[in-house]
Design a protein around this ligand. Structure first.
Ligand SMILES: [Fe+2]
Length: 219
């Protein structure tokens, strides 16, 4: 199935979402890092090496032995939800990061992949824990912003399609799961996609260089 955005209900309860949000809000500043290119704070939760912090040329956190970071260790409800409701339909389970976009701040439009990966399988899973949902948009082939509906807080997106969020008075806090999981087919994932509540297909724009993450550009 080829889509830009697919809302999938994985049966995370309101209580679980609230508990995960409380866990994130209780974390100290020291476990956050700032992503200059996207324009938001991040917290590494589960990755290769169990490492906090941003991209490090010496350590590729999409590879190696996966474990919880010190921040992930402080979030027991999040660990349970990941293991019971998210990892089982991923093959392999992806890296987990929390994104925090400050109030009244938009993200910079970006791709979560290289230019060469556009159109290949680059699925990312998102669960919105706080903030507006309908500020997420994709850029279409006329460079218009195509906004996603506000009623789905659990969704998969094509990370190789230019996207961003507009500013909102509320802080946006999102649980994000990505590489090494890229949407690889498995029986569980195919079943999940087949019962998607909403699918959006947005035409693909010509890529602008400013959307490309300098961290992905090979030197
Ligand atoms: Fe993104």
């Amino acid at each position: 199935m080829n889509f830009t955005f697919g809302a999938v209900n994985i049966n995370v309860t309101q209580e679980e979402k609230q508990a995960m949000l409380d866990e994130v809000l209780a974390l100290g500043d020291d476990v956050h890092h700032y992503n200059e290119f996207r324009g938001c704070r991040m917290i590494a939760i589960w990755n290769g090496g169990g490492r906090l912090g941003g991209r490090d040329p010496k350590h590729n956190t999409a590879k190696g032995d996966f474990s919880y970071t010190p921040a992930g260790d402080a979030c027991p409800t999040m660990q349970r939800v990941l293991e019971e409701k998210i990892f089982p339909w991923m093959s392999p389970p992806g890296r987990v990061t929390i994104l925090r976009t400050a109030p009244n701040t938009g993200l910079n439009t970006h791709l979560d992949s290289t230019k060469e990966e556009i159109g290949t399988l680059q699925h990312k899973y998102r669960l919105v824990l706080n903030g507006a949902i309908d500020k997420l948009f994709f850029i279409d082939n006329k460079l218009n912003k195509v906004y996603m509906p506000g009623n789905y807080d659990s969704y998969i997106l094509d990370g190789s399609h230019a996207h961003s969020i507009d500013p909102d008075p509320q802080e946006k806090i999102t649980l994000c799961v990505g590489a090494p999981w890229k949407g690889q087919s498995s029986e569980a994932y195919e079943t999940l996609k087949a019962k998607a509540d909403y699918i959006a297909v947005v035409s693909r724009p010509e890529t602008l260089d400013e959307w490309l993450d300098p961290a992905f550009v090979k030197k």
